[in-house]
Design a protein around this ligand. Structure first.
Ligand SMILES: Cc1cc2nc3c(=O)[nH]c(=O)nc-3n(C[C@H](O)[C@H](O)[C@H](O)COP(=O)(O)OP(=O)(O)OC[C@H]3O[C@@H](n4cnc5c(N)ncnc54)[C@H](O)[C@@H]3O)c2cc1C
Length: 398
């Protein structure tokens, strides 16, 4: 029978998952030890000032906060001031710059027309490949929605570079809806709340972790042998890594960032995608545009390259192909046996999670744990249900 022991709680990972769980439990009176193998907090959301230019840099790639979850929005605003920010992405294709997501401006510019919304809708309908009745692949789905020209210019090359495979090998489900807007709205996200932390994500996470019951150990890799020292462990590291890669490594894509500086404004926007297959990088991020309220004469940019993730690389995007899902099932079964460990976050549950979803799930995991713990004599059933949370999330997303 599993009983929650009293004593310290280990939180593995000082990213958003670990910080939010640690804070919730610390506020409820628990003593928390947070471990992170890196030399900084905030996980993949880490931001720091570039020494040469003074620009706030999104070290692991561009991060824009967007959500419809009011509680999560209030939560982040409690720890950091969020500045208004709209994500407007451009793309370069065949030597021309277009607006994304594909909208009326993109269509009119691409085809040299001046169509109104209804006309554009009819025009795209005409371009769509109606011979494809039951699209099975990403490519077929895109062709059925928008036809070959837009697909080639905006999806094909980019997707090949991003995922390292042909769009004919990816499932149609990736493109669920018509990826086109028939107006001039170029705000990338639809969410009610959108913003950028005034002093970066690391500052925000630092404030979440700043609680007298929380001790943070950086440069400290946690191994499951340490579980015995703690009443419970919340683990936001890689699921396969926890089990010593017993069933092999779950597939990820990793990213390489090629840093360069420029005096002035390099590209006039934060993110410029490159759709052509001949250009080896997927996008260029110019970090100073994430903080339009700051002034910097110099500029720092990252060219972003995507490739398969090796054993020593940072895992970024879970691939989740058929073989990964089979392995995932094996790890899931092992995770369910670990009754004093809760697997959380993007790596612990092997899913792509936006920051707002990460925070929502972290709040829920902490509350579920606390609701079991609040009882004087802990109820093993409730405890078990808290431990099943990650597994349920896993199953839902497979
Ligand atoms: C390129 C990219 C761009 C993104 N852009 C956006 C965006 O624009 N908007 C958005 O909402 N979301 C975005 N995201 C998602 C966002 O990064 C995640 O939501 C967030 O990082 C998840 O936080 P986490 O705490 O679960 O994981 P992480 O941030 O990965 O934190 C996990 C931490 O655990 C540590 N760790 C792992 N194993 C161990 C161990 N054994 N011992 C000690 N420490 C360990 C790691 O060092 C890491 O610091 C993006 C993701 C990527 C990859």
């Amino acid at each position: 029978m599993n009983r929650i022991r009293t004593g310290k709680i280990a939180v593995v990972g000082a990213g958003l998952s670990g910080a939010v769980i640690g804070r919730e439990l610390a506020e409820a009176g628990h003593e928390i030890e947070v471990f992170d193998a890196r030399n900084h907090i905030a996980g993949n959301c880490h931001t720091e000032r570039d020494e040469e230019t003074g620009v706030m840099v999104h070290v692991y790639g561009p991060h824009i906060f967007h959500t419809d979850d009011r509680e999560v929005w209030d939560y982040v605003n409690r720890f950091e001031r969020f500045m208004p920010y709209k994500n407007r992405v451009k793309t370069t294709s065949n030597g021309q710059v277009y607006s994304l997501p594909i909208n009326l401006h993109t269509i009119n510019q691409f085809f040299g027309k001046a169509l109104r919304p209804d006309e554009a809708r009819a025009f795209i309908e005409e371009l769509s490949d109606k011979t494809i009745e039951d699209p099975k692949t990403f490519e077929e789905q895109a062709l059925r929605f928008i036809g070959n020209e837009l697909y080639e210019a905006f999806f094909k090359g980019y997707t090949e570079k991003q995922w390292g495979c042909s769009p004919t090998e990816l499932p149609a489900s990736i493109l669920k809806r018509l990826p086109v807007r028939f107006n001039y709205d170029d705000n990338y996200f639809f969410h009610t709340y959108q913003g950028m932390p005034e002093n970066g994500y690391t500052e925000m996470v630092g404030r979440i972790l700043a609680h007298p019951n929380i001790t943070v150990h950086l440069r400290t890799r946690f191994h499951r042998d340490l579980n015995g020292d703690f009443a419970h462990t919340f683990y936001s590291g890689p699921l396969d890594g926890y089990f010593g890669y017993q069933y092999g490594r779950l597939g990820y894509r990793t990213l390489d960032f090629e840093r360069f500086t420029y005096e002035g404004d390099y590209q006039g926007c934060a993110v410029m995608n490159y759709g052509d297959a001949a250009i080896p990088y997927t996008r260029v991020t110019e970090h100073k545009h994430f903080s339009p309220w700051e002034e910097h004469s110099g500029s720092v940019c990252y060219r972003e390259y995507s490739r398969p993730c090796g054993p020593d690389d940072v895992p970024y995007y879970p691939i989740r192909l058929v073989e990964d899902k089979a392995q995932l099932g094996q790890y899931l079964a092992r995770a369910a046996e670990e009754t004093s460990v809760t697997f959380v976050g993007r790596l612990g549950t092997y899913r792509y999670l936006d920051m707002d979803v990460t925070i929502r799930e972290a709040l829920d995991a902490a509350r579920l744990f606390l609701s079991g713990h609040a009882a004087r004599a802990p109820d093993p059933e409730r405890q078990a249900s808290s431990l099943k949370l990650a597994a349920a999330c896993l199953l839902e997303s497979t």
